[in-house]
Design a protein around this ligand. Structure first.
Ligand code: FAD
Length: 493
């Protein structure tokens, strides 16, 4: 194994990791970012960096033989999924018993594959989740900073009302209103100016061309264009893609990482030994938790606290599909970027109106409901496989959402669709887009993400968030990382 040293190492390149990389670089600290996924900047033979959702190929998923899209089919036909060549694709689904977790893989992490919905959480709910955090400072300083850095923008009302691509959202709004529920616009990091130009035929189609979960070729402001580009521009930050960290141990006064470099087809190119003085874990809820659990339970970092692995949740994610009357088409043109959400305050449900950009009329209204519940799972280390395994048995989220959608169906004389998620179910609570927790702030770490039991070891990503934030999480993860880094760089020099 080749050996190298960096003053600071950041593992991963999603939201928390990108904030760490930029702020470390600006502070003059030479920093190496190790990211297991690819750098997504090179077009394939079709001239595109990413493949679309309707024609997925090897670029779509992380070393799978077949795509595993969340929507399995329409009319029980497996329209969405197809065989693919194993490759370092951009979207992974990590499957545990009873829960599949979708995560982004590549320089930019989840920003490459997500729907771009950029929601600042409800202040009271945030305060409940983070009782030791200065809430005023978050809402006066760090949430505005995160919104600015991520280039959050709002859909113009006239565009939304007129666009054929948002017929599906307007229909769901009407149906929600009949049941007495309010809907509201959801901000996004996808440029609505670009989207309007797509609709006018002045820009290449991405959101309006059924691109999102396997990457957007245009329009979305992802971390590789924002935080990470700024980090590299400081001259102090280097990003190493296709570098997976497998172990973390103590060495000298700092840390030693075992790193496997692969090529895009999965062949090992090099085994590396990287040492650092400070280590920032930004590998996401799953990745960070696994590295810490493995280090604790194999004895590499035996003083890690018992709280590592605890407090995991899927942010109450439940997908549900309703069936519309034949006189209520949802439209065969649908923007892949959701812009509207239904709120049901009595059940604490926030439900995004999600597209089904199938290119044909499906009469399906799809929703991703985010429930504010207290369901938590935990990770344990399995020595036989050397992996972190999720122990999860949730279902309260689906129960809350059932109340909301039963009421919408009652008010409209409609019913559920049972052909969308497999197994004849109308509600799918066995997968999530929003893994949170595993190294919770104030429990596995101190109040700024410093891991208990060790010095100069930090968690900076979604692992800090205790299982639920009530809305889409990346703005919270970004703002929290900004807050923690500001203190760490001030106090730990
Ligand atoms: P991540 O963004 O997950 O980044 C972690 C990075 O670390 C990844 O790039 C990973 O490859 C890398 N990594 C992991 N382990 C290792 C290792 N051992 N070595 C090296 N690298 C490693 N959220 C919203 O707020 N709004 C949305 O609209 C939204 N839509 C979503 C849609 C989809 C399909 C998905 C999957 C997610 C969506 N999310 C959305 C969730 C959001 O993307 C995540 O909450 C966010 O990306 C988490 O940020 P993070 O910093 O914790 O880690």
């Amino acid at each position: 194994a080749t050996t190298s040293h960096a003053p600071a190492v950041v593992v991963g390149s999603g939201y928390g990791a990108s904030v760490a990389a930029l702020r470390l670089g600006q502070a003059g600290i030479r920093t190496l970012v190790l990211e297991m996924g690819q750098r997504w900047d090179t077009p394939g033979p079709d001239g595109k960096v990413f493949c679309g959702m309707l024609n997925p190929d090897h670029r779509s998923m992380w070393f799978k033989d077949r795509t595993e899209a969340p929507v399995k089919g329409i009319l029980f036909l497996d329209l969405a999924n197809r065989p693919i060549r194993r490759h370092a694709g951009v979207l992974d689904r990590v499957n545990f018993a009873g829960m599949g977790v979708y995560v982004g893989r590549g320089v930019g992490g989840g920003s490459l594959v997500n729907g771009g919905m950029a929601v600042t959480p409800d202040r009271e709910y945030f305060a409940r989740r983070f009782p030791t955090v200065d809430v005023a400072e978050m809402y006066d300083r760090f949430f505005p900073l995160a919104n600015k850095m991520l280039r959050v923008n709002h859909i113009p009302g006239h565009f939304f009302e007129a666009s054929e691509h948002y017929r599906f959202s307007r229909l769901s709004r009407t149906h929600a209103a009949r049941a007495g529920f309010d809907t509201g616009f959801v901000p996004n990091v996808y440029s609505f100016d670009h989207m309007a130009r797509e609709e006018r035929g002045e820009a290449p189609k991405s959101a309006l061309g059924a691109e999102v979960i396997y990457g957007n070729n245009h329009g979305k402001f992802t971390l590789d264009q924002g935080y990470l580009a700024d980090a590299v521009a400081t001259g102090n930050v280097t990003i190493a893609p296709l570098h997976q960290v497998t172990r973390v141990a103590r060495e000298g006064g700092g840390y030693a990482l075992s790193v496997r470099e692969i090529d895009a087809d999965g062949r090992t190119v090099a085994e590396k030994h990287v040492t650092c003085d400070r280590l920032f874990l930004g590998a996401g809820s799953l990745g960070t938790t696994e590295l810490l659990l493995r280090a604790r339970d194999t004895g590499d970092l035996p003083d890690l606290p018992a709280e590592v692995g605890e407090g995991w949740g899927p942010n109450g994610n439940v997908m549900v599909a309703r069936n519309n009357h034949l006189w209520d088409p949802t439209g065969f043109l649908q923007s892949a970027i959701p812009t509207l959400a239904i709120t049901d305050p009595s059940r604490e449900v926030f439900a995004e109106i999600a597209p089904v950009p199938a290119g044909v009329e499906t009469y399906v209204s799809l929703y991703l409901a985010i429930n504010r519940n207290e369901e938590r799972g935990r990770f344990v280390y399995d020595p036989a496989t050397d992996r972190a395994v999720l122990r999860w048995q949730g279902s309260a989220a689906a129960t809350a959402a059932t109340g909301t959608f039963d009421r919408i169906n009652d008010a409209n004389g409609t019913g559920y669709r049972h052909d969308v998620f497999g197994g004849g179910r109308a509600f799918a609570d066995d997968f999530c887009y929003h893994p949170l927790g595993g190294a919770v702030l104030g429990r596995a770490t101190d109040d700024h993400g410093r891991v208990k039991g060790y010095r100069n070891l930090y968690v900076t990503d979604g692992a800090l968030v205790p299982g639920s934030i009530g809305v889409n999480p990346f703005v919270t993860i970004t703002a929290l990382a900004e807050r923690n880094l500001a203190t760490i760089l001030r106090e730990d020099r």
